[in-house]
Design a protein around this ligand. Structure first.
Ligand code: DLL
Length: 434
């Protein structure tokens, strides 16, 4: 099933023609309306009429989060504030947040895009959809809410938090679809078990998870513990929020990017040079249809690669691999690049551990030290010292071989590491402090 099959099944030729038409219009528009873009283009020696074919996009300068911050709050808006009907904000934890705005038409576009994501993930109008993303400045709650209403499902806008109540409502109201971060889905699964319930007691059918990186192994764990089919969806506030790309239930592999609204590119994060299909790098997105805050070649800092393959769902849209980390989430430990997702992948291969972990980096003298704190099952934690030592050794070997550096491992009791209702905090970097 598709929400807008006429757009989701265009041939590559048709799509490229549409993209070029929209790109030219966009570039002309921002050049005329946003002084920031005009100056950047003048500096780069590019005029709107230089965009003749799609590849010419690489002539345009990048836009970064710092550009948004420097023009805080509304400097990059391409419409007067009177035309903006909604404001959201990024969830960044450092510095000033970035502010994003939507015109009435942007909200309409957004709802259609999240309706596409929901339909791809298996949501139908008969469903009861529990949205456990935060509602507020964060785009998750409102973004998926309007898409779900648009497709006619019954929406429970519960927002995040109060996990026991979430489970109770899920059971009593007959929730069939759960929408939240993958880490919160696991926390809900734990709570369900603690409350003496199992998936049979619920009507849950599918789950759509996003807003943070997760692995296929974590998918399997969530699917088993909640008795559902789980799909991934991706987006970022600057670009629109959720609704940039999503997996289909048929393939559950790769996220279809809605290319009629966004041109994706992957570039080498250090040089900015475009990479080919299949090559891993930083995702860069140009928004083709947004009115209030159009973005040209926005550096997402997310790491992925793009590819095309015929998909059993019938969509012809390009796919991106599950984002495997962020250029700024990447830890450099003794010169080696480390992504939390690699640790998660390794841990899920060791029996008796849970996907709750934290990386603690510290500096001893001149040397970085990486310690991985891992929650283990209760039986394991109270098991004999010998068994524990064996487990630590197994985990240590597994992670060290995946990362290519030595790590220390510390086992912690189930439930010790903070649970979040939103995005999981995987890294504690203490190096600045020492
Ligand atoms: O997290 C938008 C969103 C809400 C997406 C709900 C999906 C579902 P921000 O708070 O601006 O927006 O954070 C955006 O989160 O650049 C990625 O690093 C990360 N992210 C989002 N979705 C995924 C995903 C929302 N499926 C940042 N996999 C992005 C991995 C993701 N990372």
């Amino acid at each position: 099933m598709m929400w807008e099959p006429e757009w989701e099944t265009l041939s590559q030729d048709e799509m490229e023609t549409l993209q070029l038409f929209r790109l030219k219009k966009l570039v002309r528009r921002v050049y005329e309306r946003v002084p920031f873009y005009r100056e950047k283009m003048e500096e780069a020696g590019v005029k709107p009429e230089d965009i003749r074919k799609l590849e010419d996009i690489s002539l345009l300068p990048f836009t970064t989060k710092d550009d948004l911050r420097d023009n805080y709050p509304y400097g990059l808006f391409a419409v007067p504030l009177s035309e903006v009907v909604r404001i959201h904000s990024s969830s960044g934890t450092t510095g000033k947040p970035t502010v994003v705005g939507y015109t009435r038409k942007d909200l309409e576009t957004w709802a259609n895009l999240t309706a596409r994501v929901l339909t791809a993930g298996g949501v139908r109008r008969e469903d009861v959809v529990q949205i456990s993303f935060g509602y507020g400045l964060f785009t998750g709650g409102f973004g998926l809410h309007y898409g779900a209403e648009k497709l006619g499902a019954t929406v429970i806008p519960i927002s995040s938090g109060n996990t026991t109540r979430q489970v109770m409502i899920m059971k009593d109201y007959g929730t069939t679809v759960l929408i939240c971060t993958p880490s919160y889905a696991l926390y809900l699964a734990e709570t369900l078990e603690e409350m003496g319930l199992d998936p049979e007691d619920l009507k849950l059918r599918v789950g759509l998870f996003g807003a943070e990186p997760w692995t296929d192994r974590m998918r399997r764990e969530i699917e088993e513990r909640l008795g559902i089919d789980a799909t991934d969806n991706y987006g970022l506030s600057e670009v629109i929020g959720p609704g940039v790309s999503g997996e289909c239930l048929e393939a559950k592999s790769g996220l279809h990017i809605f290319e009629d609204h966004f041109i994706p590119e992957v570039v080498d994060p250090s040089t900015g040079n475009p990479l080919s299909l299949g090559e891993k790098g930083e995702l860069v997105i140009t928004t083709l249809t947004k009115e209030a805050l159009p973005l040209i070649r926005y550096r997402t800092r997310d790491i992925t690669y793009l590819y095309r393959e015929p998909c059993p769902c019938g969509r012809t849209l390009i796919k991106m691999a599950k984002p495997s980390g962020r250029t700024d989430d990447m830890l450099i430990v003794r010169g080696v690049n480390v992504f939390p997702s690699q640790v998660e992948e390794a841990l899920l291969e060791v029996k008796g551990t849970s996907p709750h972990f934290q990386l603690v980096v510290d500096r001893r003298g001149y040397l970085d030290e990486l310690e991985v704190w891992v929650e283990v099952s209760e039986e394991m934690f109270f098991d004999s010292m010998k068994k524990q030592r064996e487990l630590v050794e197994r985990i240590r070997e597994k992670i060290s071989s995946v990362l290519g550096i030595n790590v220390k491992v510390k086992l912690v009791e189930p439930g010790t590491l903070g649970r979040t209702e939103g995005k999981a905090k995987r890294v504690v970097d203490r190096r600045e402090l020492s």
